[in-house]
Design a protein around this ligand. Structure first.
Ligand code: NBP
Length: 482
């Protein structure tokens, strides 16, 4: 067999399926796995008769690669990635490329890019989304790292990526950890989308007392309109799924949501950047609240269970939930893009915001028709400060926000927790308020800590301190820390 176009390490769910995808697109792939038995099992199984070369050592893997060598890691994020880099470095030559396709945290990718480059090699940290099916049939891939590495890797990564209207859902994102940053934000947005769907479900289940089949039909209907997306589609399927005992699976799945950390990373980074990413943060906290079921049982017994009443016009309420979900989703993406813009400035990345929407348009978990509109908004105005200011979304929000307001008011009144929808509405009302209550916070900070404040009747950048009690003197917090 000829030498391979690329080597892949890590034959678990993602790795195996990516290899099959690469091979089906005409690339020869060499494979290796820490537990070497898995290599033989793969070669004798799914890979039998394909242009896939099994290697029993890293030396054998490297010897089977065309130059410049490209080695992709699909292993557990964290230390295993660093360990493999260390093992690969002595085996590779100048200009060879290491690609990490796992869910690495972007500061690690930033660090690894610099480290690998310092050894004369090139590094790519590529976020891959789409799960098992995406890996096999076409994922969304967000590569960043050493810019020089992109041209040799591009035909392979774009070749295996999902395509929407012939356009690959994969393009160069930026240097250092940019690819993994965009993937992290994608995952954060995924947390938000999932929470909003869960809130819509609970509103219909607990307030309207709809059956699983009724809800399934509603989600399927929504999937034909402005909410058309993978997550809405699978929600319809999940709700109607019955097991071999004719039981609805959704009814016995424990309501304790797990998480692997990418939503938390996104929320933490938003705090670092000072960006109000409220909806995603609430989605992460909602998973935290869900995770302690025993505490919720105790609280329900001790503090009382809510018994929400159904609204009179159920049909209108369902329409309102659809619009509320849409409005909140627009706000979530607007917040996500503000975070990307802020990070781009912090790290000096020249992010193509419209291009990112195209990368998310297919192949990944948040894929949706809606991302096409985001792409159009950034194509019209690449410097768009906030998605809510794009004419299309500003108009769409004018129509949808009254529903969001009705849903939030009713749910609050009846005691149904919808934290992400509520945070969306607060953001919407907050961003449209030129005169906020933060003057009181500034006054308080100055009162107890002499932190100073700017005045509305003086130029910005001039700071003032008031001696509120007549006892503090003129000392300001630049001089001492209270
Ligand atoms: P896992 O995340 O379960 O990792 C399995 C692979 O990592 C196996 O090859 C395993 O080798 C190797 N590995 C482990 Br575990 N510990 C290791 C260590 N200490 N040293 C060396 N190798 C080690 O596989 P996955 O679900 O296919 O995901 C791969 C990457 O893609 C991860 O970063 C994941 O977060 C990311 N990702 C996953 C999905 C998804 O839907 N699963 C989607 C998108 C991205 P072994 O066989 O010898 O144990």
């Amino acid at each position: 067999m000829n030498k391979a176009d690329i080597g892949l390490i890590g034959l678990a769910v993602m790795g195996e399926n990516l290899v099959m995808n690469m091979e089906s697109k005409g690339f020869t792939v060499a494979v290796y796995n820490r537990t070497v038995d898995k290599v033989d099992k793969f070669i004798e199984g799914r890979a039998k008769g394909k242009n896939i070369i099994g290697a029993h050592s890293l030396e054998e893997l490297i010897a089977n690669l065309k130059s410049p060598r490209k080695v992709m890691l699909m292993v557990k994020a964290g230390k295993p990635v660093d360990d493999f880099i260390e093992k690969l470095l002595p085996l590779l030559d100048k200009g060879d490329i290491i690609i990490d396709g796992g869910n690495s945290h972007y500061p690690d990718t930033q660090r690894r890019t610099e480290y690998v480059e310092s050894k004369g090699l090139l590094y790519i940290g590529a976020g891959v989304s789409g799960g098992e099916e995406g890996a096999l049939k076409g994922p969304s891939i967000m590569p960043g790292g050493s810019k020089e590495a992109w041209p040799p890797v591009k035909p392979i990564l774009q070749g295996i990526a999902a395509k929407v209207d012939g356009h690959p859902c994969c393009d160069w994102v930026g240097e250092g950890g940019a690819g993994h940053y965009v993937k992290m934000t994608h995952n954060g947005i995924e947390y938000g989308d999932m929470q909003l769907i869960a809130e819509s479900y609970i509103l219909m289940r607990d307030m309207l007392k709809l059956s699983n089949d009724e809800m399934s039909k509603i989600f399927a209907e929504w999937n034909k309109g402005k909410l058309d997306s993978y997550l809405i589609e699978i929600t319809a399927d999940i709700l109607s799924y019955k097991d071999e005992e004719n039981k609805y699976a959704i009814d016995y799945i424990m309501d304790t949501a797990g998480q692997k950390g990418t939503g938390k990373w996104t929320a933490m980074d938003a705090l670092e950047e000072g960006v109000p990413l409220t909806l995603i943060a609430e989605a992460v906290f909602a998973r935290c609240l869900s995770s302690d079921k025993e505490q919720r049982r105790h609280a329900e017994e001790l503090l009382g269970k809510n018994s929400p009443k159904a609204p009179e016009d159920k049909e209108q309420f369902v329409k309102d939930i659809e619009n509320a979900l849409y409005a909140a989703k627009v706000i979530s993406y607007a917040q996500g893009y503000v975070l990307l813009r802020s990070a781009a400035k912090t790290y000096g990345w020249n992010l193509n915001f419209g291009g990112i929407a195209l990368m998310w348009r297919g192949g990944c978990i948040i894929r949706s028709a809606f991302l096409g509109k985001i792409h159009e908004a950034f194509t019209e105005n690449p410097d768009l400060e906030n998605l809510l200011f794009a004419p299309y979304f500003a108009n769409a929000m004018k129509e949808a926000v009254p529903s969001l307001r009705r849903i939030c008011s009713y749910a609050m009144q009846e005691g149904v927790a919808i934290p992400s929808m509520a945070s969306a509405l607060c953001y919407w009302d907050g961003i449209k308020t030129f005169s906020s209550g933060a003057n009181m916070i500034q006054a308080q900070r100055d009162y107890f800590g002499a932190h100073t404040y700017e005045r509305t009747d003086r130029p910005k950048g001039e700071f003032f301190h008031t001696n509120w009690t007549g006892e503090g003197g003129d000392t300001q917090s630049g001089v001492y820390n209270a």
